[in-house]
Design a protein. Structure first.
Lengths: 116, 115
């Protein structure tokens, strides 16, 4: 398998502040990473596709100015929740594709964000 | 666009027995992949089994096997000899082989294993 590390695993922030979540592929290079949001007892909802060296592709309804994604290297993608509100509280999960084609997706352990 | 449907929000199985989780999907792609993921209370997503759409043979991984019916767009997961550690949320998912290879998840089935 392969390891994807997500940091932090839990974060509490105040309303109006920004918080950054990191997603690292530890033992492989990932051209493409994905960011998901999961509400309690719900499925994973794709927020955006992050491609190294280019702008992220956001899913319909996801505010790109609120959820800033940067994929500056082949092993790191970051999600920054800007001007956080309590409704942004959720579980955020990243995944990384290993390889170019016929690839496997590996998931981080997730980040529990609580905005107070 | 792809859609994945899991019609069983919750299932239960007696330890050591067999259980089948249902999944149907819809895609316009000819080349795609199907997956079952397990999400235990830790929330870590774990790949259980994968199936390439072009393969007719059903995938098998130890106690886990699938029944892939391509014409019916059905992809069920069978867990044999259920163990307490199998208790988790199970998500069926599909992924195109081209483009960004986005994964689309079903709504999940919560599996309870009864000792």
């Amino acid at each position: 398998g392969a390891v994807v590390s997500q940091h932090p695993s839990r974060v509490i922030c105040k309303s109006g502040t920004s918080v950054k979540i990191e997603c690292r592929s530890l033992d492989f290079q990932a051209t493409t990473m994905f960011w998901y949001r999961q509400f309690p007892k719900k499925s994973l909802m794709l927020m955006a596709t992050s491609n190294e060296g280019s702008k992220a592709t956001y899913e319909q309804g996801v505010e790109k100015d609120k959820f800033l994604i940067n994929h500056a290297s082949l092993t790191l993608s970051t999600l920054t929740v800007t001007s956080a509100h309590p409704e942004d509280s959720s579980f955020y999960i990243c995944s990384a594709l290993k390889g170019q084609k016929n690839t496997e997706a590996f998931f981080g352990q997730g980040t529990r964000l609580t905005v107070v | 666009a792809q859609t994945v449907t899991q019609s069983q929000p919750e299932m239960s199985v007696q330890e050591a027995e067999t259980v089948t989780l249902s999944c149907t999907y819809d895609t316009s792609e000819s080349d795609y992949y199907l997956f079952w993921y397990k999400q235990p209370p830790s929330r870590q997503m774990i790949l259980v089994i994968r199936q390439e759409a072009y393969k007719q043979q059903n995938a098998t991984e130890n106690r886990f096997s699938v029944n892939f019916q391509k014409a019916a767009k059905s992809f069920s997961l069978k867990i044999s000899d259920s163990q307490l550690g199998d208790a988790a949320m199970y998500f069926c998912a599909s992924r195109d082989s081209g483009g960004y290879q986005k994964v689309t998840f079903g709504t999940g089935t919560k599996l309870q294993v009864i000792p």
